[in-house]
Design a protein around this ligand. Sequence first.
Ligand SMILES: [Fe+2]
Length: 116
Amino acid sequence: MQYTESADKLDQQTVDQAQALKSLMEEVEAVNYYNQRAALTPNPELKELLKHNRDEEIEHAAMLIEWLRRNMEGWDEELKTYLFTSAPLLQVETGAESGGAASSASASNLGIGSLK
Ligand SMILES: [Fe+2]
């Protein structure tokens, strides 16, 4: 593990979070590698294998994000604000910062309010 602070001074929770964050970085890097290799290879069988591997890394990244949501302050709130919305992200941010629920910003953008 690479620590930016003295590892012996970090509590176990922070060490766990550092390991999860570094792992997430590695998974995302692997997604990028596989995605580019899959795009370039002219071999169809290899392309499918690389895309399969890329998708496995996406799964691993998603699992780590969920672990972080459960175990590190800040993630739950941000993920609830931005994930699975369809409004422009800066509009979601504006809604969240003005105290409005992000879901209402995305709902109005979808025209859900007009269905009443
Ligand atoms: Fe992985």
